[in-house]
Design a protein around this ligand. Structure first.
Ligand code: ADP
Ligand code: ZN
Length: 602
């Protein structure tokens, strides 16, 4: 930015990004960095982290260096910035050396505003020597939780970034992350030497996301009716644990009229690229994916994120579900969960390659995730508490708030099950233990051995399904342990004695079947009936402009921006730049085309 009047942050926000106000603590953060001080920013996905370093990079002299873990992430940011007229580049191995040299010279000459780079490239001898004398506006460390061993996405290369503090004392550093429980947070501060940096915590709440956890039945059928009833024709992500399941689910949904595609690391680069592009560019594609999909996907109009398998931790769950509803309109985080998930996840930890200390961390994280699933009161309160945020009032927008769960006292049944596990020798899995309680003797010859025990047949009052809910509770709360080494054989664990003695009350949610969320009408941006034809025409034109420029439609402008245009019907460029999300560059690039559509509808 060369024009002096542009260097004031508020003016940059308005002229370049087309927004009239900073959000939350963005203004303070920007001021801190512009003033040359460090900052540590915790904001949920979709909270608006990028502006916190992009604006200071434009306001300060020199190039803003942004450390980012993934090439895809870098490229998305660079192309979005290009549509705003900001000079940004990504330096990575995918470029030929001539192109890299060109970008490096631009950094030294100060002719680009932002450069995105991976940590190992930045910390290489060559790069450090190169930029030693370059004008550096700031260092932004994106996805800062990657520096933490406790975090869920550890990358050893991030550790060396601590050296930036000594090597470039004059350049402010800003670390940003969307996932940080208090332990991870402390580790980031220590590892990146940010002890003196103010911590800016934006609330982690995502009020437009409805959280729902359903008891697993026929999971695919549950998913299909969820999509059909509530999200037909809308974009969504379905997370699966395995590649095979991601593919099978996509095929199965596609066979039932849902525009579904698969995405996982086992597909060829070509197929992955095509599927991701279709998801980004078309309106209603559902991606069935492993966790390989997601980082760097900032499509704002994803209307649901569904989990067919239990995530490994609350951080992972929150990051994945955070990809829904970035545009602020209502979106669903939907999950099915059952006893087998628990067993499977435990087995993955125990049989994994990790060292014992790491396994200990993973167990702890899984326990927290299970407790969340078993939650009988407001899920949002529980989620926010996990991130160190207290909230007193139930949110009114999660399944337990929307249809409050009656709970039943299952202390007696919990004791029955624990006794049955004990009396059958702590070696059998759920199936046999539940049969035993229900007085059923199946094909397994071992069952007959325990017919004389006092626990045999004492549980006929509950169905097998309800007994599984009791088992899930006991496992989730650490009273029972399903030993993967002995094919899921159950053992008493933790404080099960206290339950057996009747000192702990056990409350289970009353069976509630499938939950539906509240107000589906609010799903779309609020378009008045009379504005609908214009809205549709604008969407068509947006699609054409996006295809012409080879970018996703939302990069041209968001649904929210289109909705404003349909309502306000600007007649000239002056009125158009008043619309949120339209800055100078977009107005000059797309303004004429948009105004023509508006004029055509008058
Ligand atoms: P994050 O990186 O935290 O996930 P982004 O930086 O991608 O979030 O921002 C999320 C969305 O919010 C983007 O569409 C962005 O344009 C929008 N946004 C950010 N700051 C503002 C603001 N001050 N006013 C309006 N929209 C904003
Ligand atoms: Zn709630």
């Amino acid at each position: 930015m060369d024009d002096a009047t542009h260097t004031e942050p508020g003016a940059i926000l308005e002229r370049v990004f087309g927004f009239s106000e900073f959000r939350g603590r963005q203004a303070e953060i920007v001021d801190t960095i512009v003033g040359g001080d460090d900052a540590f920013v915790l904001m949920p996905t979709g909270g608006g982290k990028s502006l916190c370093y992009q604006i200071p990079a434009l306001a300060r002299t020199g190039v803003g260096v942004v450390v980012s873990p993934l090439i895809a992430l870098m490229n998305d940011q660079v192309s979005a910035l290009a549509t705003l007229g900001v000079r940004a580049e990504a330096l990575h191995s995918g470029l030929d050396s001539a192109r890299r040299t060109e970008i490096e010279s631009a950094m030294l000459a100060g002719t680009i505003d932002l450069v995105y780079i991976a940590p190992e490239r930045l910390m290489s001898q060559r790069m450090l020597a190169l930029i030693a004398d370059a004008p550096i506006a700031l260092f932004a460390i994106d996805e800062a939780h990657c520096v933490s061993q406790w975090g869920h996405d550890f990358r050893p290369e991030y550790r060396r970034l601590a050296e930036l503090a000594d090597r470039f004392p004059a350049a402010p550093r800003i670390a940003l992350t969307a996932t940080a429980d208090p332990t991870t947070r402390d580790e980031i501060v220590e590892r990146l030497r940010l002890a003196n940096a103010p911590l800016y915590i934006h609330s982690f709440d995502r009020p437009n996301i409805t959280y729902r956890v359903n008891e697993r039945g026929n999971a695919r059928a549950q998913l299909l009716s969820f999509i059909r009833d509530e999200h037909l024709g809308e974009a969504g992500i379905v997370y699966c644990l395995s590649r095979r399941k991601a593919e099978e689910t996509a095929d199965w949904l596609a066979g039932r009229g849902v525009d579904a595609l698969a995405y996982h690391a086992g597909l060829s680069a070509e197929v992955r690229r095509t599927n991701q592009q279709r998801f980004l560019r078309e309106d209603g594609v559902v991606i069935c994916a492993t966790i390989a999909f997601g980082m760097g996907i900032d499509k704002p109009d994803v209307r649901f994120v569904a989990h067919l398998d239990l995530p490994a931790s609350i951080e992972a769950y929150y990051q994945e579900t955070g990809r829904a509803g970035r545009d602020g309109y209502p979106a669903d985080a939907w999950m099915v969960y059952g006893l087998n998930d628990v067993v499977q996840r435990r087995r993955m930890i125990e049989q994994g390659e990790a060292v014992e200390a790491r396994k200990q961390i993973e167990r702890h994280k899984l326990d927290a995730m299970l407790a969340y699933c078993e939650q009988v009161s407001c899920r949002r309160i529980a989620l926010l508490a996990y991130f160190g945020e207290t909230r007193d009032q139930p949110c009114g927008n999660c399944d337990t708030c929307l249809s409050p769960l009656a709970t039943v006292d299952a202390t007696r049944e919990a004791r029955m099950m624990l006794s049955a596990v004990y009396r059958t020798g702590q070696r059998y899995g759920f199936g046999l233990v539940i049969d035993h309680l229900r007085g059923a003797v199946g094909d397994d010859p071992r069952q007959a051995n325990f017919k004389k025990e006092s626990t045999f047949g004492i549980g006929t009052h509950l169905s097998t399904r309800r007994w599984r809910a009791v088992a899930r509770y006991l496992i989730a709360h650490g009273y029972l342990y399903a030993d993967p080494e002995r094919s899921g054989g159950l053992r008493l664990a933790g404080e099960s004695r206290a339950v057996l003695r009747g000192e702990r009350r056990v409350e289970l949610a009353l069976d509630r079947g499938q939950q539906k969320s509240g107000n589906r009408k609010a799903d779309k941006p609020p378009i008045e009936l009379e504005d609908e034809p214009l809205w549709e025409a604008l969407r068509t034109r947006r699609r054409e402009l996006a295809d012409r420029d080879d970018v996703p439609a939302y990069v041209v402008c968001s649904d929210a921006t289109l909705a404003h245009i349909a309502r306000q019907r600007p007649t000239d460029i002056g009125e158009l730049v008043e619309v949120p999300g339209i800055g100078d560059h977009k107005a000059s690039r797309y303004g004429r085309a948009i105004l023509d559509v508006v004029a055509g509808q008058r």
